[in-house]
Each structure stands twice: as C-alpha cells, then as structure tokens.
Design a protein. Structure first.
Length: 77
C-alpha cells in the first residue's frame, strides 16, 4: 500500500511514504512518523501557520522591523 501526497497544480511539492506489507499497526505508525519528519524538514508546519491568517505587506514590514529591533537589544514599541 502506498500513501502519496498529490501536489496542487500550482504547487510542485509532493511527499511519498511507502507502507510495507504487514498486518501490524507498527508499520502504519512508522510511516506516520516518517511523514511528520519529512513535513517538518520541508518547513510545512511553518508555512501552514504563516498562511493561517492574512497579513498585509505593511504589517509584515512592521513585524520584520520589530524583530530586528528586538535582536539588536532595543526596546520594542
């Protein structure tokens, strides 16, 4: 049995996880762990969180500016 992630037409990504033949639930659990590891490596979860809410370009610029200030040691405003 194969689990294959089909990409959208505009998205070129795909993730493939192969389940080995067996009646154990361990094979399924192993495949799920592999899938989670691949998604994490591909920054899937970060992108998902980023796209959860719309943020305007001006808001992105403000957030970026605040991050720069916080790393330089200045106080946030």
């Amino acid at each position: 049995m194969n689990l294959i992630g089909q990409p959208k037409s505009d998205n070129k990504r795909s993730v493939t996880i192969v389940l080995r033949d067996g009646k154990d639930s361990q094979h399924l659990e192993r495949a799920l762990r592999d899938l989670k590891r691949k998604l994490k490596k591909d920054n899937f979860y970060k992108e998902l969180r980023k796209k959860e809410f719309f943020v305007s370009r001006s808001e992105e610029k403000k957030l970026k500016k605040r991050r720069r200030k916080s790393t330089s040691g200045e106080t946030l405003s």
